[in-house]
Design a binder for this molecule. Structure first.
Ligand code: XIL
Length: 397
């Protein structure tokens, strides 16, 4: 009896403390929510907050802060590069799982879920594959076998360790491509036809029945991008609907969320409506690669606050739009940023003419920007009735 009473009191104290490592809250000293991490605040809504991880930065012993922030702030991680084909299978039939396994081990130690990125994509393919196809030594039939083998081997290797797989990435063209009418683009569609998408999901499901299987793309944050006949979000919606009609095991849509402050972008209401429409098909959603870049004008580079402040504000507002929209739909399971510090961001390397940068939530010295604090505020100042806990997705058979 005595012991039981003690246990009950202990449980109450723990519950009041709320978060591991935080001092117990009391009426006179409530927990200050702004001192909690993104991952702790996300858990108020069962929402996983993630980041892409650069394995070189994670391993850098001279920079322990990177590792410390990945573990403190995030409840899910994505390999920025080491699960891509060129890294996993640099030579035909020879797999290099080492770097990806390191991330899986890190995530396990830190109680984080892993998003698998990526099984099928037209970029970062090994040259044995692309050259073999272009010089005709790999036939179309053989290419299909190669794809099935790769998916099966990779998904089986990580079986039970991946929460969400990006099965197919960026399969749809953009209005600025030729032809401008939206179509299935890139290496796989050109060589195998669009049927590879359904195949990929079926092969992935056969190799791991429990991982959630996602289609992932950019510029699909909201419906209504310009010409309604050329709306990429609508195209992806129609694709998902057709896949479900054909009983293809797709569980979710990943919206990458690569935005720029120089564009018009969307508001929370529009983005929430898109997520709800995908949920209406019975799909989960996730923001998978959020970053909001800005043009690095001469003024920005010279430190002119008149130019820097509006960029910081616009960047924060866009991070917030996507996060609020995700909070608004209980089928939106995770919100992942594509790197969390300007010290390690793909943006300056990829968008160099004109130069772009300032895309992440912390600066090069790991100082939080207002985007970081706005994300925290969104997670703190939201809840029922309009923000409900996440509804877990069951893998479709
Ligand atoms: C990027 C990485 O961040 C870079 O380091 C790499 O050089 C190129 O790829 N969409 C995706 C991601 O799905 O895999 C890309 O990642 C960014 C765009």
């Amino acid at each position: 009896m005595q012991l039981k009473r003690w246990l009950t009191v202990g449980a109450v104290v723990l519950a009041a403390g709320g978060v591991a490592g935080a001092a117990p809250a009391t009426a006179s000293h409530p927990v200050d929510p702004s001192q909690q991490s993104l991952r702790q605040l996300g858990m108020r809504h069962d929402l996983y907050i993630g980041t892409a991880v650069d394995m070189a930065a994670l391993a850098d012993t001279a920079d322990p802060q990177y590792r410390e922030i990945v573990s403190r702030e995030f409840s899910t991680v994505t390999a920025e590069n080491v699960m891509k084909w060129e890294t996993l299978e640099p030579t035909r039939g020879t797999y290099n799982f080492g770097p990806a396994d390191e991330l899986i081990a890190f995530a396990k130690r830190n109680n984080q879920k892993v998003r698998g990125h990526v099984l099928v994509w037209q970029n970062q393919l090994p040259s044995w594959l692309t050259t073999g196809v272009s010089n005709g030594t790999i036939s179309k039939d053989e290419l299909r076998d190669i794809l099935r083998n790769h998916i099966t081997t990779v998904v089986k290797h990580f079986k039970g360790k991946i929460w969400q797989w990006d099965v197919v990435n960026e399969a749809v063209s953009d209005p600025w491509d030729t032809p401008s009418t939206l179509h299935y683009k890139g290496f796989w569609a050109q060589n195998l036809g669009p049927g590879y998408i359904a195949d990929a999901f079926r092969w992935a499901r056969a190799a791991d029945p429990k991982a959630l299987l996602f289609y992932n793309d950019y510029n699909i944050e909201a419906f209504g991008s310009g010409d309604p006949a050329n709306d990429k979000t609508q195209f992806v919606y129609d694709m998902a609907k057709a896949l479900l009609r054909d009983r293809v095991p797709i569980d979710g849509i990943g919206s990458q969320g690569h935005l720029g402050t120089q564009y018009g972008n969307y508001d929370t209401i529009q983005v929430a409506a898109a997520l709800k429409k995908f949920a209406g098909l019975g799909l989960a959603t996730a923001f998978t690669e959020v970053d909001v870049r800005s043009q690095m004008t001469a003024g920005v580079q010279a430190g002119d606050s008149n130019e820097i402040n509006p960029r910081l504000q616009a960047s924060a507002a866009n991070y917030s739009v996507l996060l609020q929209a995700c909070l608004a739909d209980p089928h939106c399971l995770s919100y992942t940023v594509w790197g969390f510090t300007d010290k390690h961001s793909w943006v300056p390397g990829w968008f160099s003419n004109p130069p772009e940068g300032m895309a992440t939530i912390m600066d090069e010295n790991y100082q939080p920007k207002r985007a970081y604090n706005l994300m925290k505020a969104d997670l703190i100042h939201s809840g029922p009735p309009y923000v409900q806990p996440r509804i877990p997705q069951k893998p479709r058979r």
